[in-house]
Design a protein around this ligand. Structure first.
Ligand code: GDD
Length: 431
């Protein structure tokens, strides 16, 4: 039985909360725990037996070099048929699926997964498939039209930032679904991972035709331009709730959205933890002649880390980076070809591609982790500024090709690419 997966990678105009990190790399390719964000999703898909094709759908230009390189490298590494399909405009979370239906339906897949790209976690795709098949085989469902969505638990206060699900406890059948409700609906939230059978295209077709026949007063497009976007959440899930066809598979494993730059440090920590349990060979360990490693650390084989540096916990150091003598790095991402000079200290920060941090400089940010005292707490996506117009404390981000001088302190600051800093900086955005 053929299985496929679709990953919704958005486009240059989505993922704006992620700036300035997306100014020189598409968000889905931002490296976390040594690999692009969507690499982890493709790796999870590759572990599902029978799944041999992954379609990336988005509105990035198809000649985007990094995307092309990524597609060819994952094809080889996972022996999967990975392809990118470009939408002619942003078609929403289901418009692209409908538009590329022929490509999805070729070889008559039994079912296909759909995954949002800005999520991280330990995705129980095989278990979800087994649950989906059981529901299909269930005597009551002779129509065999079954759809499954992955859900997890959130706090009551945070649930309204997600799709909220009310389901029957015994069967998992979704009775009610509301996308980002203003009032409380449920603490069971949509993880942005679905398993659909091909019947879904009948519903998408009706949603499409229905939209085309109605004037769209919300659209900013000229009236002559037909809006072909479809929302998976509003036009599909809300319609399918209560029809006896949509089911929820609940997970308690790690899952999070990646909506902000701070989210990458949190995702990095959790992916490194997964490596520790499942792929320990990916993590760096202490050796007689290497740097001191504390906790979970990933270092690219081409990076040069001085033996007197101390790295970790929860650090990823990308290709070609250089870390000097006595440097101290903790809870941070050091991106490609960045250079951290001797005795510099980097805490809760991201050092961009080709940037340098001078000797004895301290670059430090403030973590924005989920509240550990609240069960099921998720990361909050805080705005840049508080109600008084002051910058909220955040991780420090040094954009690409920035020179941070020696012997200064940079605290809770965001530096855009190609900017230079002349002295110590605190709670600032340097534009
Ligand atoms: N191809 C394509 N085209 N992808 C898109 C488009 C589009 O026009 N718009 C958004 N996406 C992708 C984004 O890149 C992201 O991976 C995913 O679709 C969802 O993005 P959003 O529309 O920003 O929704 P959200 O992340 O705020 O909420 C969704 O995900 C939550 C879980 O993370 C919803 O599905 C929620 O219900 C859910 O709880």
């Amino acid at each position: 039985m053929v299985l496929k997966a679709v990953i919704l990678i958005g486009g240059p105009n989505t993922g704006t909360g992620f700036r300035p990190l997306t100014l020189d790399v598409p968000k889905p390719l931002f490296p976390i725990a040594g690999h692009p964000m969507i690499y982890h999703l493709i790796e999870s898909c590759s572990q599902v037996e029978g799944l041999d094709e992954v379609l990336l759908i988005g509105s990035y230009q198809s000649d985007e070099q990094e995307l092309k390189n990524f597609v060819s490298s994952v094809r080889k590494e996972f022996h999967l048929n990975v392809r990118y399909y470009q939408e002619f405009a942003q078609l929403g979370t289901a418009g692209g699926i409908y538009h590329f239906r022929d490509q999805i339906l070729s070889n008559e897949p039994e079912a296909f997964f759909v995954l949002n790209s800005d999520i991280c976690g330990e995705f129980p795709l095989t278990e979800m498939l087994q649950f989906h098949r059981e529901k299909r085989q269930g005597a009551d469902y002779h129509h065999k039209e079954v759809y499954t969505m992955l859900a997890t638990e959130a706090t009551r206060q945070q649930s309204h930032n997600y799709g909220c699900i009310v389901n029957r406890k015994e069967t998992g059948e979704v009775m009610h679904y509301v996308e980002k409700p203003e009032t409380f609906v449920s603490t069971s939230i949509n993880c942005g991972v679905y398993l659909f059978s091909q019947h879904i295209f009948q519903h998408l077709s009706s949603a499409f035709k229905d939209k085309q026949s109605r004037p769209n007063f919300e659209s900013k497009l000229p009236p002559t331009y037909r809006d072909e976007s479809i929302s998976l959440e509003k036009d599909l899930l809300m319609e399918l709730a209560g029809t006896d066809k949509l089911f929820v598979y609940h997970t308690d494993s790690f899952w999070s959205q990646i909506k902000s730059a701070a989210g990458t440090i949190y995702a990095n920590r959790n992916y490194l933890k997964i490596y520790r349990h499942k792929r320990p060979e990916r993590l760096r360990s202490n050796t007689d002649h290497g740097p001191q490693i504390i906790g979970d650390v990933w270092i690219h084989s081409s990076a040069e880390v001085h033996p007197t540096a101390t790295i970790g916990p929860n650090v990823s150091i990308s290709k070609g980076a250089v870390i000097g003598a006595g440097a101290r790095i903790k809870e941070s991402l050091i991106l490609e070809s960045a250079h951290v000079h001797d005795h510099a200290c980097i805490l809760h920060s991201i050092i961009g591609r080709d940037s340098t941090v001078g000797a004895y400089t301290r670059v430090e940010g403030t973590p924005n982790d989920p509240n550990p005292d609240k069960p099921f707490s998720k990361m909050e996506v805080k705005g840049l500024f508080n109600s008084n117009g002051q910058l909220n404390p955040s991780i420090t981000i040094i954009g690409s090709r920035v020179q941070v001088p020696s012997e200064i302190v940079v605290l809770n600051t965001i530096v855009l690419p190609h900017k230079d800093i002349s002295g110590s900086e605190m709670n600032k955005i340097i534009l």
